[in-house]
Structures are given as C-alpha cells and as structure tokens.
Design a protein around this ligand. Structure first.
Ligand code: HEC
Length: 262
C-alpha cells in the first residue's frame, strides 16, 4: 500500500479526518484535548517529583539517577527533605530531622526532638488514611526511610511499570487510531509515528530497571521519554490540523450520513 505522496487531490473525500462529519470530529477532538491536558499534568508531576529529586528545580540526569538508582551515600528521608519535601518545613526543622537521620535515627531522640516536628509538619499528609504515602504516625515507617537510599524499590518499579504499560498503551491506541485517519502524510512519517510510542514506552520502562542497576542508563530514560513526547505532539497536531483547518467547519448541517459529510 502506498500512501505517498501528499498531494491535495489525494486529501479528498474518503474515510479520513478531513471528510469526517462534525460529530466524529468533535468526539476525536474532545478526546485529544483531554488526553493533551493529561499529558501536560503528567509533565508537571514529573517536574515536581523527579525534577526535585536533587533539590534543584528542573529535570536533570541527577534527578533520574537519584529516583531510580538512589543516592547511596544518603537516605530517602534526607534527599526528600532536600528535594520535593523541602517546602513542607522551615529550614531549621528540616536540618534537625536531617541531623537526627545522620546520627543514626534513634527512637529515643525521635520521641524527644523529632516527633513534635513530624506531627505538625508532616502528618497532615503522611497519615494512615493517605493511601499510597507512608504513614509517619508509625515510627517504623520513618525509620525505614532513614536507611541508605537505594532508589526505587522492586515493588514500586513493578507497580509503576504495569500501570504505565497498560495506561500509556491505551492512550496511544486511541491517539494512533485517530491519527491513522489522517490523509496525505507520507508513509515514512506515518508508520513510525504510530509504532514509535510503543517502542519508546518499552525502552523507557526497561531503562527505569536498567538505571536501578546502573546509573549510566539514566540518559536512556530521558531520551525515550522525549521520543514518546515527540510522537504524541506530532500525531496530536496533525490530527487537529486536518480536522479543523484542512477540513474546516461545514457551513450547513450534514445529516445525510452519520459518519461522513455530504
Ligand atoms: C502537603 C502534603 C505533604 C506534606 C505536608 C509532607 N509530605 Fe512528604 N510526601 C507528599 C507526597 C504527595 C509525596 C509523594 C510524592 C513525592 O515523593 O514527592 C511525599 C513523599 C515523601 C517521602 C518519600 C516517601 C517514599 O516512600 O518514597 C518522604 C520521605 C516524605 N514525603 C517526607 C516528608 C516529611 C519528613 C514531611 C514533613 C516535614 C513531609 N513529607 C510532609 C506529601 C506531603
């Protein structure tokens, strides 16, 4: 099958984004818009959790290494207090907790000096009803995080891997179906755009595990993530452009056919 070259007369009537009826276009656009907003939120989320892992705003290789391989000279508690939890307690109290961690995280000093800080600054989020967050009402949970930071745990990698594999492949199934209805896009762009997200997704998730073993793979995490983003933006833009700019809005009602315009 040949879908080259992109000439205007090929971009005519048929089962394609340009000729679809308004209801289908609205349906597709609604999905693309929400999923685009979701993608944006995911990026912000990455910026605030991984992006703050090294204590500095913005995503860097160090962030990825800290998140997956860990910072084996320190603890999760300490790196979080210098990272994404930095603004939940004033410096003076943060330093007190960090000093306590470095002194060996003893329970006696905890009860005396640290517990009141944790109760006022941390428990509002880190409590028993918080779901996935560790409950700091129990000393054990805090003690565990005060040990050497080995990065992402096996359990957490399993959990985020399966959620991402199922969730993201679903998103790209629908984005890919919509984009497949584009017309006149040269095959050499169209085929890779449809397949690349799955490839990059597998590479991305494999590279989390590889980075857990060896920090050098952190670069692969960023490259695969970026590849996923490029494929998404490309399919999203082409689809919207063909539906609403090339296809335009029909000036009269198209009621002859549910799917295609007259
Ligand atoms: C406003 C809510 C909120 C407050 C207050 C808060 N945290 Fe958190 N904490 C979170 C969220 C959300 C996460 C998960 C996202 C992340 O890791 O950044 C988290 C994660 C953490 C983690 C990582 C847990 C893990 O299993 O990897 C540690 C350690 C932590 N917080 C310590 C603290 C400490 C210590 C305080 C008090 C000084 C505190 N947090 C206050 C919301 C909060």
């Amino acid at each position: 099958m040949n879908c080259d070259p992109p000439t205007l007369d090929r971009a005519g009537k048929g089962i394609n984004l340009i000729s679809f009826g308004t209801s289908i276009k609205l349906l597709f656009s609604g999905y693309l818009t929400t999923v685009g907003a979701g993608y944006l939120m995911a990026l912000i989320q990455i910026l605030f959790t991984h992006g703050m892992a090294d204590g500095k705003f913005g995503l860097s290789l160090d962030d990825i290494v800290y998140s997956y391989y860990g910072d084996r000279s320190g603890s999760v508690l300490e790196s979080k207090l210098n990272g994404s939890m930095k603004y939940n307690a004033p410096d003076q109290e943060r330093f007190k907790i960090i000093q306590w961690v470095r002194d060996g995280a003893e329970e006696a000093t905890y009860d005396r000096d640290i517990k009141p800080i944790v109760e006022t600054r941390c428990l509002m989020c880190h409590n028993a009803s918080a779901g996935s967050l560790p409950d700091f009402g129990r000393f054990d949970n805090l003690k565990k995080l005060a040990a050497s930071n080995e990065g992402a745990t096996f359990q957490s990698l399993i959990r985020i891997s399966h959620i991402h594999l199922f969730g993201i492949s679903f998103i790209f199934m629908f984005v890919g179906i919509i984009f497949s209805f584009s017309t006149g896009v040269p095959c050499k762009y169209k085929y890779p755009a449809v397949v690349m997200p799955y490839l990059f997704l597998l590479i991305d998730i494999a590279s989390w595990w590889l980075t857990k073993l060896n920090p050098h793979f952190a670069l692969l995490v960023i490259l695969a993530g970026a590849g996923l983003g490029v494929a998404f933006v490309f399919m999203w833009t082409v689809s919207m452009y063909q539906m609403w700019i090339l296809g335009g809005v029909l000036k009269r009602k198209d009621r002859r056919n549910a799917v295609m315009r007259d």
